[in-house]
Unconditional design. Sequence first.
Length: 250
Amino acid sequence: MVGAGVLDPGTVLLLTLAAGFTSFLTAAVGIGGGVLLLAILASVLPVAALIPVHGLVQVGSNGNRAWMTRQHLDRVMFRYFAIGAVLGAFVASFVVVQLPLQIIQFSVALFILYLVWGPKPAKRQLSRRGRVLAGGVTTLVSMFVGATGPLVAGFVHRQDYDKLQLTATFAGCMTFQHVLKMLVFSAVGFAFWQWLPLVLLMVASGAVGTWLGLKALNKVSGKQFKRLFRLVVSVMALRLLWQAGSAYLA
């Protein structure tokens, strides 16, 4: 039984191919695949399954990318981000009142734009406290909106990384965050096993997409990568603003 019996074979094939393409996009450009995949899943999955299933697929997608680039991981950044992420997940497990989606979208989008385009500190490096805060805030927000890749990328972008360091560290942080999300949703009773066949197909497709995307990444210069990365993150933030504004005016 694929997709808890609610999806036809054609839809399963579409989602499997989408997982491969979005993983390729994230590996080649640095970001964007998770948000695009969330939008695709939102058009076919039940609302209650959307964020948990997306998170489980992203564990595989980001995990593959993190493993393939593990030698470039900034372990110090990852360590402090992980501490914050655990704290954020702990708080999220007790949150019973969800903020209006439009407020979250506006806040996240504006914060992303500030992180990417705002004034940078002289050393550009986040402090230890800043790294812990980044992990905590983004993990907490992730429980409500699903795809916080652009927000995490905004923090990671402030580090003085080359393209492979950025890709590896971003993937490592996102993998850990999605694992924590799965633990929280499991604790509140979401039945992941019903969706495992679909998720396994999407993760396998995503692994191929990631491998191809990293091949493409090696052909892009560091300067081009950073420019493209900043552009894609900004487009994602502007998309959030558009969605929030459209929903508010509707």
